[in-house]
Design a protein around this ligand. Structure first.
Ligand code: ZN
Length: 607
């Protein structure tokens, strides 16, 4: 690539060119800005070069000789690297720089590689290189390679010096078919990126004036979210959870007691003073009461538990809320719905006796796995996150009886359900073991989607107790649970995993009627009255059918294409011929059939 660039731009100055995941890059100073059309031209040059009889000539030279060579080649950046090496050693280099330069510090020998045409003796490119990465130039011909993209960069990443470089990235694989495979998978992954799907399917948007990391749900996204929330609450209610509401902000005393102000400062926003914009509301000291946006809902739920004395008969006491929390994130890491600054948890807290732990956790795992199935998320793993008492005393402290008991009880619940899970030592929270539902996003990054966390440390801080059978006050086990973790992030993963093709019950627009012409108006009215009478009962009860009609004067094929782009599960096509036959053409992702009007209700209810 560097030889091809040198051929295209003889005055190019060369920076460094390290190996990276799936290929490499090289930084250049070029006489003009690259344009996309340059990449195929450079690729052609590379292919042409590889047809020549090339060899790599390795040369071991002294420092002085290396300076002479790169002075002659007019390569100031290489000279800078060499001089830095001489004055300050490899510590002055970045990892990439040190790796690309060939230096034997003990003997002060520098290796230089020349790409030479054996027939003509012409030097095509000379570089500092640790080499040899391959046996011969001919091996390159067998590789699958592609110049992928280019971008701007600064020499040695130093913006202050303002030496602007252009970086060309190459994908390199062992074979062409490996490369093709990679390209295909990458393209597929990009299509499933929830940010792209969110836009295409009109699910959410982020407006800079509202603020980065603060998503706005569009009507379709709103429908999906409401439906998901209704379903999760329906299932939690069956298991004995009680719905509560808590405010978005709380006094500093609350977060001091919960430990958030001590241990969670980095994730919290600066305090809100309870004064108005005119400065009214200050006390004698000239200050207002201090509040914080809540980073978690737990402390507020604890005060609901503490509202009145609880006895063992009240346990397990289960609270549930869609609680919106705010956590600080740097602007650079914000990503669609996955990393945001304000999000809503489907948060639940259970207060139970130690004896109830296995049952409470078993119910939750069961409910979570059922929900994943209903929602269409199949690719996930259950992780049993355990402490590492041996290597992380600082985080976990001593191995107490509580730790041992809870791990035993949680494992009992996992084993009793017969679900597949794996142990992960060192992944527990400092306050107790967890069961996490792990998924991967389109780029392969792993994340926890759902979590069940046992907490032994928080009850004493809030003096949370219950009166046991023996009349004694005891400390309950507290379990934090969130099926959807953050609803926002959950929706992002759900979109990526289903490619936006949501299950029928959850799709914002479940059915679209497409008319072939306007002779079918009366018949469509009959179909509508059937659809209006449909209320789905599975898996969410009382889920009224959501449908629209496309009776625009467009061609049928265009209407079908639009409905398919919107990933609408069921498309009903109605033409004049259907009126007499009293039927409708039904089109789904992988099937098409005729359904009688009188069977339509049953047919849709049984999807
Ligand atoms: Zn909690």
């Amino acid at each position: 690539m560097a030889a091809a660039v040198k051929d295209m731009f003889p005055e190019a100055r060369f920076g460094v060119g390290p190996v990276i995941e799936n290929g490499c890059y090289y930084d250049f100073i070029l006489p003009r800005t690259l344009i996309p059309e340059d990449l195929p031209l450079l690729e052609e040059k590379i292919v042409a070069l590889l047809k020549r009889n090339l060899i790599f000539k390795v040369q071991e030279v002294t420092f002085e000789r290396a300076i002479e060579i790169f002075t002659e080649l007019k390569q100031p950046l290489k000279l800078e690297l060499l001089n830095d090496l001489a004055t300050r050693g490899t510590t002055s280099m970045s990892q990439e720089e040190a790796e690309t330069i060939g230096i034997d510090l003990l003997n002060l020998k520098i290796t230089i590689y020349r790409l030479e045409d054996e027939d003509t003796g012409e030097d095509l490119f000379v570089d500092l290189c640790r080499g040899p990465h391959i046996k011969s130039v001919q091996e390159l011909g067998k590789l699958g390679f592609k110049l992928d993209k280019f971008s701007g960069s600064y020499w040695r990443g130093d913006q202050k010096r303002n030496i602007k470089m252009q970086r060309i990235y190459a994908l390199v694989f062992n074979t062409q078919s490996d490369l093709n495979n990679f390209l295909y998978q990458r393209e597929e992954a990009q299509k499933r990126d929830h940010r792209l799907l969110g836009q295409q399917l009109e699910i959410f948007t982020i407006h800079e004036e509202v603020g980065a990391g603060l998503p706005l749900y569009l009507p379709k996204g709103g429908l999906i979210r409401r439906t998901l929330e209704s379903y999760c609450w329906q299932e939690a209610k069956k298991a004995g959870y009680q719905y509560v509401y808590t405010p978005h902000i709380g006094k500093s005393d609350l977060f001091a007691r919960s430990g958030h102000l001590d241990h969670y400062r980095d994730g919290m926003y600066a305090p809100i003073e309870m004064i108005n914009l005119k400065g009214e509301g200050k006390d004698e000291t000239g200050k207002g009461e201090v509040f914080y946006l809540k980073p978690m809902n737990c402390p507020m739920h604890h005060y609901i538990y503490l509202y009145k004395p609880r006895s063992y008969r009240d346990l397990p006491y289960r609270l549930y809320e869609y609680g919106t929390v705010y956590r600080y994130e740097e602007s650079g890491v914000l990503t669609g719905l996955i990393r945001v600054r304000g999000f809503t948890q489907n948060d639940a807290h259970v207060y139970c006796t130690p004896e109830q732990l296995t049952e409470v956790i078993g119910e939750a795992i069961n409910r979570f796995t059922r929900a994943y199935k209903d929602i269409g998320i199949t690719d996930y793993k259950i992780r049993f996150s355990l402490p590492d008492f041996e290597n992380d005393k600082e985080k976990y402290g001593e191995e107490t009886q509580e730790w041992r008991d809870s791990i035993r009880d949680m494992r009992k619940a996992l084993d009793a359900l017969g679900v597949d899970y794996y142990d992960a030592i060192g992944e527990a929270a400092f306050y107790g073991p967890k069961i996490d539902f792990q998924v991967k996003n389109v780029n392969g990054k792993e994340d926890t989607l759902s979590t069940i966390q046992v907490d032994y440390s928080i009850a004493p801080k809030f003096n949370i107790t219950y009166k046991d059978k023996d009349g004694k006050d005891k400390v309950p086990v507290i379990i934090h649970m969130a099926l959807m973790g953050s609803i926002d992030r959950f929706m992002a993963f759900m979109l990526e995993m289903t490619g936006g093709r949501l299950p029928f019950w959850l799709a914002p627009e479940q059915v679209r009627i497409l008319t072939i012409n306007d002779q079918v108006e009366d018949y469509v009215r009959q179909i509508k009255s059937v659809l209006d009478s449909i209320v789905l009962m599975k898996p969410l009860k009382y889920n009224e059918l959501r449908y629209t009609i496309d009776n625009n004067n467009e061609s049928l094929s265009k209407k079908i294409r639009e409905a398919e782009l919107q990933k609408i599960p069921v498309i009903l096509i109605v033409g004049p011929k259907d009126i007499e036959a009293h039927e409708i053409s039904v089109r789904m992702q992988n099937k098409e059939e005729k359904v009688k009007l009188e069977d339509l209700k049953n047919w849709l209810e049984s999807i």
